[in-house]
Ligand binder design. Structure first.
Ligand SMILES: [Zn+2]
Length: 241
């Protein structure tokens, strides 16, 4: 699935790519946003930069903990730092998962303080976008960062498979709640809920496959469609944040 995006540049040796859905999001944002086209686009680019910094936060902590990064992909719903290896233990997983929201939170505080000192309106945007990123990603719904932290916390006592099953069920509960909320407020939330539901299922299948592999049962190859309708073979998927 990786490598089909538009290659942008390398940062700290990490290839940054754009998925076509990100460009779609940028255009939609420009047209449907609250401000004029140019201002909306600028806000869209602020989101782009903020998501990129968030994913870099994950990536750099991952690399420090001997988890290789295949690249960062930005798409409609944000970004993905694609890990080649699995974190070696739940503690590493928590550190890598927490790095993204903490980076966003740090950037929000920095931008907020700068805004307070200078009164420059775009800085208020940067603060708002990053605060939203931090809070949204801390939702304890797998595969969101908060969900990964929740799963890793359960894992020490319950093992990877049970922890993932519980975390993905909780995530699907969140998906239902978000969908219901979206029906009354914003249709975008319904779309988000569908994506969350699908991805929570993928995480569960992935954990089941890993469990089968680890217990030495006959190897199975699971083929399914990912959230963007692409066919995936489970062996191709690394851990994602
Ligand atoms: Zn994240």
């Amino acid at each position: 699935m990786f490598g089909r995006g538009i290659k942008l540049f390398r940062l700290f040796g990490i290839q940054v790519e754009l998925h076509w859905t990100f460009l779609l999001a940028l255009v939609l944002w420009g047209v449907l946003g609250r401000f004029g086209f140019a201002a909306n686009l600028l806000l869209g680019l602020t989101v782009f930069g903020s998501v990129l910094v968030h994913e870099l936060g994950h990536s750099l902590v991952a690399m420090r903990r001997q988890v290789r990064i295949a690249g960062i992909e930005l798409h409609f719903f944000g970004g993905v730092a694609k890990m080649v290896d699995l974190p070696r233990n739940p503690r590493d997983e928590i550190a890598i998962a927490a790095a993204g929201p903490l980076t966003s939170l740090g950037l929000a505080v920095l931008a907020g303080t700068s805004w307070w000192l200078t009164g420059l309106a775009p800085l208020a945007w940067v603060a708002q976008v990053n605060l939203t990123l931090a809070i949204f990603n801390l939702l304890p719904a797998l595969p969101m960062d908060g969900g990964r932290i929740f799963r890793a916390a359960l894992q020490t006592r319950l093992g990877g498979l049970r922890a993932t099953r519980i975390a993905s069920t909780v995530a699907r509960g969140f998906a239902v709640a978000i969908a219901v909320l979206g029906l009354f407020t914003d249709p975008f939330l319904v779309l988000l809920a569908v994506l969350l539901w699908t991805m929570a299922g993928q995480e569960r299948r992935l954990a089941e496959w890993r469990h089968l592999e680890a217990t030495g049962l006959p190897q199975v190859k699971i083929v399914f469609r990912d959230a963007f309708g692409r066919t995936m073979v489970v062996e191709d998927i690394g851990q994602r944040w």
